[in-house]
Ligand binder design. Structure first.
Ligand code: ZN
Ligand code: ZN
Length: 579
């Protein structure tokens, strides 16, 4: 067990201990010990070798608990604390307004051991007379639970994708695994997934089984099948006869559910396509194969790659991103690719809240092989982000001109100007018209009504200096749903006024997304795919943007920043130079 995992177990045990009625003073002391271990630069081995009390807050009892954990796992630790309730009970404390006393009553009087059971009890009305939960509180709890369960059962792509890629690398290197890949909805770049799915072709299951067995946190004690999970155990699905492992991966104090499909090498390609889905795509493909008397099973369909499956049907390879809805009507060779991207049109510098200077931005662009880059800092009302006044924008223009002398990359001077609450822009018109590129975005007053927010954005679209609306819906994946907007009216107005809707490639946003992308493509509008980079590593987010663009069926010719520089400048030409 590494230190992170030990601290996580200590905290989890402490929560359960609180539910079981331990006194507040002891709970607080245990919590501080866990913090002290977490903050200490020493390894667990080093901490255990020191005399008790050498680290403030880490006394004899804490060291004994850590030893118990290392020797006997979570069960040993809980025994030490005389805690005898399922681990899943701890999540009750994560619901707003539920403290240890209420949780104790839920567990012991109502037999509720996890959020799902609580939700069910709420729905069937069996939750009456819980101490600390009156009728008003019940209504709020219902709402909070919905958000909690949604989040619990979905992992945002910003977390899932890099983890999935790491897992595939890790699994590929395990002995007995001949090849592995991401699969499931994550492979299709769906922005929130219930679990990370990996598929592995095996000639020997032993080492992978051993690897999976290290994830020993099991939620077996609860009577409820929803809470009870047989983890890290090779299971065979009774319906499909398919094998796989379920594991819970501890990441930053959370359990991330992972499913590893295990297949034979000979059946890998078929199962890769099947597990990638989606179901409709799968049904169409197997239906077409049936017409050629090929059945969707390992004996009838013997192939080495997904490409071969499509080839049997006379089809080109379809990337997973378009294997939904009518995606099979796309021409895959025309879909936008990362290598088509010629520049990035939404980047923040140290002039506002970015961490790169303009010359560093230009250098990054050169390294990425870009032909152009736009510096688009925030505007004055966003004081928290050190937004630029017209005066500072003029000074910035001089610096850009200076940097331009030393780089082949064309630097556009832009602004991400705030759309104020009433739809006015945060910079005077003459300043806006001097800029090469104007992105208008909402960063404040986000709780307006649908009507207000729609009118506000429409007003910005009507401004003749505006080229692009940034992160239109304002959604933050896993945290905040987008504003209530009349998307049809907005797309219509943007089309009329020649304003583009950004596809913000930040993996926490991916905004706009599939459906509106398909709509704007159908109208012949160009889409900029922008990283909205604030820090060096974020230029790479362009890949998330391109995958989302593929989900929106965008071709190279639909993407603004796939245009060469001269065409870009033409596309940014403003027909009207005054409001
Ligand atoms: Zn923004
Ligand atoms: Zn921005």
């Amino acid at each position: 067990m590494d230190k992170l995992e030990i601290v996580r177990c200590l905290r989890l045990a402490n929560d359960l201990w609180a539910i079981e009625g331990a006194n507040l003073y002891s709970i607080r002391a245990h919590s501080l010990s866990a913090d002290a271990i977490s903050d200490s630069p020493l390894s667990i081995g080093e901490i255990l070798s020191l005399p008790p009390g050498s680290i403030k807050g880490v006394g004899r009892e804490t060291l004994a608990m850590v030893t118990a954990l290392q020797e006997g796992g979570m069960q040993a630790l809980l025994q030490r604390l005389h805690v005898n309730i399922p681990l899943s009970c701890a999540e009750l404390l994560r619901l707003p307004g539920i403290g240890p006393k209420t949780a104790h009553a839920l567990v012991h009087q109502f037999g509720i051991h996890c959020a799902e059971e609580l939700n069910r009890a709420l729905q069937n009305g069996s939750l009456q007379g819980v101490p600390g939960i009156g009728s008003k509180r019940l209504a709020r709890l219902r709402r909070d639970l919905r958000v909690f369960l949604d989040r619990k059962h979905s992992i945002p792509i910003a977390l899932a994708w890099p983890l999935g890629i790491q897992l595939v690398e890790l699994v590929s290197q395990i002995q007995g695994v001949s090849r592995a890949s991401l699969t499931g909805s994550l492979r299709r770049s769906v922005v929130a997934v219930p679990e990370i799915e990996v598929i592995a072709a095996l000639d020997n299951a032993g080492p992978l089984t051993e690897w999976a067995a290290q994830f020993t946190l099991q939620k077996k004690t609860s009577k409820d099948p929803v809470c009870r999970e047989d983890l890290s155990k090779n299971s065979t699905d009774p319906i499909s006869g398919q094998s796989g492992f379920n594991v819970l991966l501890p990441v930053h104090g959370d359990d991330i559910p992972v499913h590893i499909h295990t297949v034979t090498e000979a059946d890998y390609a078929r199962r890769l396509m099947e597990t990638t889905g989606d179901q409709t795509h799968q049904a169409v493909i197997s239906g077409l194969l049936m017409q050629q008397n090929i059945e969707w099973n390992r004996d009838s369909l013997q192939v080495n790659s997904e490409e071969e499956i499509y080839a049997l049907l006379g089809l080109p390879y379809f990337p997973p991103e378009v294997r939904e809805d009518n995606g099979l009507l796309c021409t895959p060779s025309r879909l936008i690719q990362p290598s088509d991207i010629m520049g990035d049109l939404h980047v923040h510098s140290t002039w506002s809240d970015g961490s790169l200077s303009i010359s560093e931005i230009a250098q990054m662009a050169e390294e990425l092989g870009y032909e152009y880059i736009a510096v688009t800092d925030h505007s004055q009302s966003l004081t928290i982000a050190n937004g630029l006044t017209p005066e500072r924008l003029r000074q910035q223009r001089e610096e850009i001109a200076e940097v331009q002398k030393h780089t082949p990359v064309r630097i556009l001077h832009g602004s991400e100007v705030d759309i104020l609450a009433d739809g006015r822009l945060d910079l005077p018109d003459d300043t806006l018209f001097e800029l090469d590129l104007v992105i208008a975005s909402v960063h404040s007053a986000m709780h307006q009504t649908k009507e207000e927010m729609t009118e506000r954005i429409l007003r910005a679209i009507e401004h003749p200096a505006v080229h692009i609306i940034g992160h239109l819906t304002g959604r933050i994946l896993g945290r905040r749903s987008g504003y209530d907007l009349d998307l049809n009216r907005i797309v219509e107005a943007a089309f009329t006024h020649g304003v583009m809707l950004e596809l913000n490639a930040n993996p926490n946003r991916l905004d706009i997304f599939e459906q509106p992308l398909r709509t704007v493509k159908a109208k012949g509008m160009l889409v900029p795919i922008n990283t909205d980079t604030h820090h060096r590593g974020e230029f790479q987010n362009i890949n998330y943007g391109v995958r989302m663009a593929q989900r929106g069926w965008l071709y190279q010719e639909n993407v603004l920043n796939a245009l060469p520089y001269t065409d870009l400048i033409e596309a940014l030409h403003r027909p009207r130079q005054s409001p």
